[in-house]
Ligand binder design. Structure first.
Ligand SMILES: *Cc1c(COP(=O)(O)O)cnc(C)c1O
Length: 386
C-alpha cells in the first residue's frame, strides 16, 4: 500500500463528519444503540462496534487503520503510552511458570517489569547479548513463551537479526515482540521480517512534537484481539480521543520530518566523527558501526538518535560542555522538533563517575528539526570546553 495513501486517506470517510477535511475528535465515553440485537452483538465483541471509549472510538479507529497499514500488519492497537503497549503485549502471553528471553538492556520500563513485577507472578526473564543468534538458542527453555527484542537497542544501538530470531522462535512456538521505537515503521518493518508483534512509543517520532504520550502495538488480528479483550479493556490503558487526534496530526508529517532529520543527522555524525575531543560516535548507519551490514539489511535508514563518547576524565567538564550548548536541551525522550542531549554522567553522579568506563563518558544526542549547520556550530562552540 502506498505510504501517501495510508497517511493522507486510509480510514477517513468525510461524509461521516460534515465533509470536514480534518477528522473530528469524538470526545464521547459511550454510544447509543437502536436495537437490543445491536447492543448484544457489541457486548459479545467490543471491537466490532462503538459501545464505550475504553474499547473502540471513531477517532482512535482511524489511527489504528493507518498504523496497522504502515507496519504491514493485520491490526493495530493504540495505548496511552509506549510502556502500556509493552505491558499489554507481554502480560497477555505469560502465565505462572513461564519464561521470557529478553535482549540485554531493554527500554528501562520493560526492564523493570521483567525484574520487579513479573517475578511476583512466577514469570522469570533471562537477558542475553542479542547480537549473536546462538545466545537466543542457548537461553531458550521448554517453558520460554516470549522473545523480547529491541533493535536497535537503547543508547548503544546493538541490533538483533530479526529475521533469524523470528525463524528460530517460530520453530519453537515462541512469540516474538520487537520494540521498533528507534526506527518507526518508515525505517524498519519487523512484521515483514517475521516478528509476531511490533511496538513503538508513538510519543517519539509519530507524535513528533513532544506534546503527547502514546504507544502502538501491531500484529495478527487474533493476537491483538486477545490483547484487546484480556488487557486493554481490563487495564483501561486506552489512549484518549484527543491524544489520538494529536498522534494522527503528527503522523501526517512523519515522512517529511524523518527525511529532514536523516539528512541533518548524517551531517552532524560526519562532523562529530572528525572532532578531536570525540572518541567515538555510535550510530547504526555509520560505516564504522560493528553491525553496519545487518543494519543495511533490515533497516532502510537510521536518523535522529546517536551516542557520542567524550574524550575527558572530568565529570565537571561533561556538565560544563552540556550546559554550554545553546540549542540542545537537556531532557529525556526524543522524536520531537527540538534537539536534545542526555549525558550518562548525569545519572551516575560525581562520586561514582569513573572516566575509565566508556559508558560514563557517553551522551545520547537527538537531532531534531533545526538545520544541521545551526546545530553543528552550537556543538563546535560547546566542545571547546573539553
Ligand atoms: C520512550 C520509549 C518507550 C516507552 O514509551 P512511552 O511512550 O514513554 O511510554 C519504549 N521503548 C523505547 C525504545 C523508548 O524510547
Amino acid at each position: 500500500m502506498d505510504i501517501s495513501h495510508i497517511i493522507n486517506e486510509l480510514g477517513e470517510d468525510r461524509s461521516l463528519y460534515f465533509n470536514a477535511v480534518a477528522p473530528p475528535i469524538v470526545q464521547a465515553s459511550n454510544f447509543v444503540f437502536d436495537t437490543f440485537d445491536d447492543l448484544r452483538k457489541a457486548f459479545e465483541d467490543e471491537d466490532s462496534a462503538y459501545l464505550y471509549s475504553r474499547g473502540k472510538n471513531p477517532t482512535i479507529e482511524i489511527l489504528r487503520k493507518k498504523l496497522a497499514a504502515l507496519d504491514g500488519a493485520e491490526d493495530a492497537l493504540v495505548f496511552n503510552s509506549g510502556a502500556s503497549a509493552i505491558f499489554a503485549a507481554v502480560l497477555a502471553n505469560v502465565k505462572s511458570g513461564d519464561h521470557i528471553v529478553s535482549v540485554d538492556k531493554p527500554y528501562s520500563w520493560a526492564w523493570r517489569m521483567f525484574d520487579n513485577l513479573l517475578p511476583r507472578f512466577n514469570v522469570t526473564t533471562t537477558y542475553i547479548d542479542g547480537t549473536k543468534i546462538e545466545n537466543f538458542e542457548n537461553a531458550i527453555r521448554p517453558e520460554t513463551r516470549i522473545i523480547y527484542l529491541e533493535s536497535p537497542n537503547s543508547n548503544t544501538f546493538e541490533l538483533q537479526d530479526l529475521e533469524a530470531v523470528a525463524r528460530l522462535a517460530r520453530e519453537k512456538g515462541i512469540i516474538t515482540i520487537c520494540d521498533n521505537s528507534y526506527s518507526s515503521p518508515l525505517q524498519q518493518k519487523p512484521i515483514a521480517l517475521g516478528i509476531d508483534m511490533a511496538l513503538q512509543s508513538a510519543t517519539k517520532y509519530i507524535g513528533g512534537h513532544s506534546d503527547t504520550v502514546a504507544g502502538v502495538l501491531t500484529g495478527k488480528k487474533d493476537m491483538l484481539n486477545k490483547i484487546f479483550n484480556e488487557q486493554l479493556l481490563n487495564n483501561g490503558s486506552i489512549i484518549s480521543p484527543f491524544n489520538a487526534w494529536l498522534i494522527l496530526r503528527g503522523l501526517r508529517t512523519l515522512p517529511v520530518r524523518l527525511a529532514h532529520i536523516k539528512n541533518s543527522t548524517e551531517k552532524v555524525v560526519a562532523y562529530l566523527k572528525n572532532h578531536p575531543t570525540i572518541e567515538r560516535v555510535i550510530f547504526p548507519f555509520d560505516e564504522d558501526f560493528p553491525q553496519i551490514d545487518l543494519a543495511k539489511k533490515q533497516m532502510t535508514s537510521a536518523c535522529g538518535l546517536l551516542t557520542i563518547v567524550l574524550k575527558t576524565d572530568s565529570y565537571n567538564n561533561i556538565e560544563t560542555f552540556t550546559y554550554s550548548l545553546k540549542h540542545f536541551l537537556v531532557a529525556v525522550s526524543w522524536g520531537g522538533h527540538e534537539s536534545l542531549i542526555l549525558p550518562q554522567a548525569a545519572g551516575i553522579g560525581p562520586e561514582l563517575f569513573d572516566p575509565n568506563k566508556e559508558q560514563h563518558r557517553m551522551a545520547r544526542v537527538y537531532i531534531g528539526l533545526e538545520d544541521a549547520d545551526f546545530l553543528i556550530s552550537d556543538l563546535e562552540q560547546a566542545l571547546t570546553v573539553l
